[in-house]
Design a protein around this ligand. Structure first.
Ligand code: AMP
Length: 146
């Protein structure tokens, strides 16, 4: 089996995230490799003509980023991942996960088979997108809905 040098865990703070995190941590430890964690704040349409006129300008970007940062810090700290290996990005989750992996010489990305949006029997769209775009190995941890 490959000897991984740097493992990246992608987290979406879904219910089963701890199960995926536990596996990623075990693999990193077994390979004596550092573990990094990434969370991507998804691009949201703040206004959309389909929803009709919105009477005021709202930009939730900073609020979302602040809240996501707190979640990521708590999650990563509990996992023993230091701040310099916690990545908070904004944009398309699959593309940002792959970009962070490439920029940090990651050789294994660990994702859940589905997350907050997915269905248990299908591979989620982020997991699928990462598998298609990544140049390194990807482990999709099979999650079942209880
Ligand atoms: P999905 O394909 O969206 O159902 O999610 C599958 C897996 O992709 C999740 O279990 C996470 O490991 C990862 N993932 C999904 N969304 C994000 C996100 N916004 N940031 C980081 N990882 C994510």
């Amino acid at each position: 089996m490959a000897n991984y040098k740097h493992v990246l865990l992608a987290v979406d703070f879904s219910e089963h995230g701890n199960e995926v995190a536990k596996k990623a941590k075990e693999i990193a430890e077994r390979n004596q490799a550092p573990l990094s964690v990434v969370h991507v704040v998804d691009n949201l349409p703040i206004t959309d003509a389909a929803y009709g006129p919105i009477p005021f300008d709202v930009d939730w970007t900073q609020e979302l980023l602040d809240s996501a940062k707190k979640h990521l810090q708590k999650f990563a700290t509990e996992l023993g991942v230091p701040e310099e290996r916690q990545f908070l990005e904004m944009g398309s989750p699959k593309l940002e996960i792959v970009r962070v992996a490439e920029e940090n010489n990651i050789d294994l990305i660990v994702v859940g088979s589905h997350g907050r949006h997915g269905l248990a029997l299908l591979l989620g769209s982020t997991a699928n997108g990462v598998l298609h775009h990544a140049k390194c190995d990807v482990l999709a941890v099979r999650l079942k809905n209880d």
